[in-house]
Design a protein around this ligand. Structure first.
Ligand code: PLP
Length: 462
């Protein structure tokens, strides 16, 4: 190991963009093919978008639209924003980003920690609506002084970055021999840039699209069908319009990947290869695996891990979220048990004991992001402690011991219990009393159902 060349010392994080590693995946069913992933998650901003942030900012500086001290405005699902912040803040610019509200909270936290002005907007409206993220960003930039709307969807420096850097790196790492590259489309920059590069430098290389079900792109490529856009949970890829930067003529074949397959495949990448990729890595890998298995000749196939999974820990890698979204096959009982997000029998319910301190109860509520905890004594449910019980017990500022009191002094023993086989309607009077439902099977405690669990269930049915 020690005699392998190590990267040189650099004096700016900007010099760490690109030259990302390539990993061959083994232990996956790739049919007759060999499959490689390029780890764009290794960029300093954690995603492929560092490359375009660097090129788009350089282009805006060169054409004079971005002047010292200026503000960069962008509509972004997060990664482009993180890349722009990574490059822009180091270069002394201010950042204002408009982000749709379905995006993972880790990205927003990361952006705010970098000092970015983040404006959250609706993700349920389309192009032309004033609250659509791109229209909103364009509107804000037009009203600000010394501001530029970077617009990755139309900016030619976006595909150029991939034509100049990502493409040549892939071909070099693959020693000039690559039969197919599987990509996703957000702005289309990756597809168009790589498409242009390979058409010139390696015409045998086919561009393959992996697209979330609900996006309009794959149906158009595969069947020439113009469909109404649906919704999907995968972030960064899939479109409800065709961006100017997206040249679909490069796509030889497209796969429509359901969210559940993307998530299962992202998790497989982690457990089989030790790579924590973002949600779209699951989509791209699922598309690449389908392509590999369909081949009859051995081929060398490349796909991308476009961003790090550490920004999706609350989603893709969070069992409760995956269940809430209905994205895993879960054994259904056809009764109230199906609404329990964290079951007691699987050890997922967060609980306290009667002798635990109120500080322990508080810490567990904060850590698990819940507002109440069942109190369990010797395997038996004996009460419930919620935020109002906690507040009532600790509001007396005169005693130092407030948070050291045992849970038993603050808990409620009057519980609203339901048997698992009772109808959904039985939940409503409980919620009207501002309580949560405790679900039992005979004497066995199964878990809690709160208002949000019922809302989640109604949303899954819709
Ligand atoms: C998270 C993420 N963002 C963006 C992209 C592609 O983006 P674009 O089409 O904007 O180049 C990908 C591609 O796979 C992606 O995974």
């Amino acid at each position: 190991m020690t005699d392998q060349p190590t990267p040189p010392v650099v004096s700016s994080a900007l010099d760490l963009i690109g030259r990302t590693p390539m990993l061959e995946l083994t232990g996956f069913d790739t049919g007759p093919c060999r499959l490689f992933v390029k780890l764009e998650s290794a960029n300093p901003g954690g995603s492929i978008k560092d490359r375009i942030a660097r090129s788009m900012i350089a282009a805006a500086e060169a054409d004079g639209s971005l002047k010292p001290g200026g503000t960069i405005v962008e509509a972004t699902a997060g990664n482009t924003g993180l890349g722009l912040a990574q490059v822009g803040i180091l270069k002394g610019y201010k950042l204002l980003l408009v982000v749709p509200d379905k995006m993972a909270r880790e990205k927003i936290q990361h952006l705010r920690a970098m000092g970015v002005d983040v404006r959250i907007t609706r993700s349920d409206v389309g192009k032309g609506h004033a609250e659509y993220y791109q229209d909103m960003a364009a509107g804000i930039a037009a009203k600000l002084n010394n501001a530029v709307y970077i617009n990755q969807f139309e900016n030619p420096a976006n595909p150029q970055a991939h034509e100049d850097t990502t493409g040549p790196e892939i071909l070099k790492q693959m020693e000039g021999d690559v039969d197919a590259v599987v990509v996703g489309v957000g702005s289309g920059g990756t597809l168009t840039g790589l498409g242009r590069f390979f058409a010139r430098a390696s015409p045998k290389t086919a561009m393959i699209l992996a697209d979330p079900v609900g996006s309009i792109l794959a149906p158009l490529v595969e069947r020439g069908e113009t469909v109404e856009p649906g919704s999907w949970v995968i972030e960064g890829i899939g479109e409800d319009f065709i961006p100017k930067n997206c040249d679909l003529d490069f796509v030889k074949k497209a796969y429509e990947i359901p969210d559940s397959e993307s998530i299962a495949t992202a998790r497989l990448l982690l457990t089989k290869a030790g790579i924590l990729g973002g949600s779209s890595s699951g989509t791209l890998l699922a598309g690449a695996l389908r392509y590999c298995r369909e081949q009859t000749e051995p081929k060398r196939v490349v796909t991308l891990v476009c961003d790090t999974g550490s920004r999706y820990l609350s989603k893709v890698y969070n069992d409760s979220w995956v269940v809430e979204q209905g994205l895993v096959d879960r054994q259904l009982h056809g009764d109230l048990r199906d609404l329990i997000a964290r079951g007691a029998s699987s050890g997922e319910t967060v609980t306290v004991g009667p002798g635990d301190t109120l500080l322990t109860a508080y810490n567990r509520m904060r850590q698990a992001d819940v507002s109440q905890l069942p109190v369990i004594d010797d395997g038996r449910l004996i009460g419930l402690v919620d935020e109002s019980d906690l507040l009532e017990a600790v509001e007396d500022r005169r005693t130092d011991a407030r948070f050291r009191q045992p849970v038993s002094t603050a808990m409620t023993a009057k519980l609203s219990t339901l048997q698992a086989n009772e109808p959904l309607d039985a939940l409503l009077p409980i919620f009207e009393r501002d309580q949560v439902a405790i679900v039992m099977d005979g004497k066995e405690f199964l878990g809690l159902i709160t208002r949000i669990d019922l809302i989640n269930s109604l949303r899954r049915q819709a």
